[in-house]
Design a protein around this ligand. Sequence first.
Ligand SMILES: Cc1cc2nc3c(=O)[nH]c(=O)nc-3n(C[C@H](O)[C@H](O)[C@H](O)COP(=O)(O)O)c2cc1C
Length: 196
Amino acid sequence: MPPCTATLVALSVAPAAMSILTKLVLGAMGQLRPRPAFGGAAASIALPAAETRGGLPLMEELAKRRSAREFAPDALPSGAYRYDAAAHGLSLVATSDLRRVTGYQDFVDEAPLDLVSAADHARMGLVPVGQRASYASAAAGAIAQNVYLFAASSGLATVIRAWIDRAAMAGATGLTRDQQVLSSPTVGYSMAREAQ
Ligand SMILES: Cc1cc2nc3c(=O)[nH]c(=O)nc-3n(C[C@H](O)[C@H](O)[C@H](O)COP(=O)(O)O)c2cc1C
């Protein structure tokens, strides 16, 4: 059973980003809150079948793989969704714009997509308690590397982030105490691409 059983996707259109300092102060006060969503959010989204062919050769992907922190503020439908692996679809968990809550850095407010990996410790009964967090972190790292390789192959920009207000994130998405937020890769087109 994989340790990372919940992936939440926060996406939305947004007004101006908050500064890191403002977010840190709000986070310290327990006041880092989601913003209202724009437009309606579908209750569920069926995902297309995974692409298993094409793309760049692996060595070219690895050569292009890098972290980026400047994203074009492209619009996506609003809402936060949980990835349902069995159905290969997204289920709505919050109608608000959670991007601000997924990290302290200012670019997360405006980048179109944040993928949040969360481990469900309640489903790791076969893993010794003391090893659950490290198993989950290794799985989140592997997930993030897949995101990096897909981004490199598709001309997208991404950065894995672990500097997250985990309490705010858990509160906004209704995570239980057994569900541990691990990392949140941001994904979008780079600002440099927009300028070309
Ligand atoms: C576990 C982990 C957590 C990270 N957290 C953040 C973060 O919160 N914010 C950020 O901007 N970058 C974060 N990074 C990205 C690193 O800063 C990045 O990998 C590093 O700058 C190397 O750049 P490269 O990925 O282009 O090789 C994190 C990386 C790792 C492995």
